[in-house]
Design a protein around this ligand. Structure first.
Ligand code: AMP
Ligand code: MG
Length: 417
């Protein structure tokens, strides 16, 4: 049996991945397709926004110096949004105006219809507006030439809205990485196609990895190759390497399996960067490159596959896209009981989080077996338990990687002191 040649430490593996991750080229990408990407350069305002003084309410545009409670005004024109009034306003006159309507000449205030006797050819005033009331000034949102979005910012719905107000039809973003995901294992069956025969299981990894890659902002597709036959795999991986920026396989990399062995990788022209990390779950992780393409060989165990994806593949994809927020947040957590790491390597322990008056309390989600997919649905964070033999005492602060960021802002259920 072939053992790992050289296991490296987790921070070393992380560094090797990030160091060899290329930034993808910049591509002007249509507004509707840029979600989840990141700005490659600062975006500046092309115009003042709003472009003209306009009304914030439905009502009447008047001269504030004419305003007196009970005074009757003549309505001389109207200014709905998109259709400026032809007339301007003289003494005792008003123009009926709607939200977004251009402020007519002579006007310095808009009175809400609710503060008048109502719609009509005449109205009387019930409440006096101050100068400037209900007028949204040109340029009050953004000024032409201002940097409105900094390079590295992720494109979300608000960023798309802001760019659109400036007339940008496309955004200068780094190209979206193309990810091809492949499962290996003769025991695997496509979910939804048939019942399992003895010894078979459903392929969950490829679906999970595609979903996680899309969540990270990548474009991802599955290439089904659930076989342990080296020749079949070689053909499939070769095709994946041709079309992808990142190929992610799962299974076939552990010592007893080795369907994807060193020879297969060599024949594919993949340069091995590392194979084996002193880390649980995920010891057999493989990482290599071929030209501009990266290949991650994740372990087959579903928990190992997902944790390795999160810790190694996700930040690499986000780095390719130029995302500033590529790292998951890290917080200090504590345990109530003593924790002993018996594995002799760093353990990324799946924990749930609860906010207490002492900080964030971490609790193991139960058994830490690498095949327990249900445990992933319960994990809020990965607590990083070092391999020191003397254990972690109750209350001792431990670093944790937060998987569910919403947990931090939801406040958790505060525990009584
Ligand atoms: P391997 O790394 O190929 O030795 O697989 C380790 C364990 O993970 C075995 O129990 C496999 O059956 C399981 N496994 C491998 N690939 C998948 C997959 N795509 N979906 C679910 N389980 C898998
Ligand atoms: Mg296998």
């Amino acid at each position: 049996m072939q053992l790992f040649e050289k296991l490296i430490e987790y921070p070393e593996a992380e560094r090797l991945v990030m160091e060899s991750t290329p930034r993808l080229p910049v591509q002007e990408t249509p507004l509707g397709e840029a979600l989840g990407l990141a700005f490659a350069r600062d975006l500046t305002a092309t115009t003042d926004s709003p472009p003209f003084d306009n009304s914030a309410v439905d009502g009447y545009a008047i001269r504030s110096l004419d305003a007196e409670v009970g005074r009757v005004f003549d309505v001389v024109d109207e200014a709905p949004a998109g259709r400026p009034a032809k007339k301007s306003v003289g003494e005792g006159e008003a123009i009926k105006i709607f939200t977004g309507g251009v402020i007519p000449g002579g006007v310095d205030a808009v009175v809400m219809v609710e503060n008048t006797s109502g719609w009509g050819e005449k109205f009387d005033l019930k409440k006096i507006p101050a100068p400037g009331n209900n007028i949204r000034a040109a340029g009050e949102d953004t000024r032409r030439g201002d940097v409105i979005l900094a390079a590295g910012t992720g494109v979300g719905a608000p960023e798309i809205a802001l760019a659109a107000t400036q007339g940008y039809g496309a955004l200068p973003v780094y190209r979206r990485p193309k990810v091809v995901v492949l499962s290996t294992g003769t025991e695997l069956v496509e979910p939804g196609t048939r019942d399992l025969a003895p010894g078979e299981i459903f392929d969950s990894n490829s679906y999970a990895i595609v979903a996680a890659a899309r969540e990270a902002g990548a474009e991802a597709r599955r290439l089904y190759a659930a076989s342990d036959d080296a020749d079949t795999l070689r053909v499939a991986i070769d095709e994946a390497l041709e079309t992808a920026d990142v190929v992610v396989t799962s299974g076939g990399v552990s010592v007893g399996d080795r369907a994807l062995d060193k020879n297969t990788m060599l024949e594919l022209g993949v340069d091995q960067i590392f194979w084996g990390v002193k880390f649980k779950p995920g010891k057999p992780l493989f990482y290599g490159t071929r030209g501009e393409t990266r290949l991650f060989g994740l372990p087959g165990n579903p928990v190992s596959a997902m944790v390795c994806f999160d810790l190694f593949v996700r930040p690499a994809l986000m780095e390719m896209m130029g995302r500033k927020d590529k790292a998951r947040p890290r917080i200090a957590v504590y345990f109530e009981k003593e924790i002993v790491n018996k594995f002799g390597r760093l353990h990324a322990m799946r924990v749930s989080l609860r906010r207490t008056n002492k900080g964030w309390l971490a609790e193991s989600v139960g058994s830490q077996g690498s095949g327990l997919v249900s445990s992933l649905t319960k994990a809020d964070a990965l607590a990083l338990i070092g391999p020191a033999s003397d254990g972690i005492s109750p209350g001792e602060p431990i670093e944790a990687i937060v998987l569910r960021q919403e947990k931090l802002t939801s406040g958790g259920e505060a525990e009584a002191p």
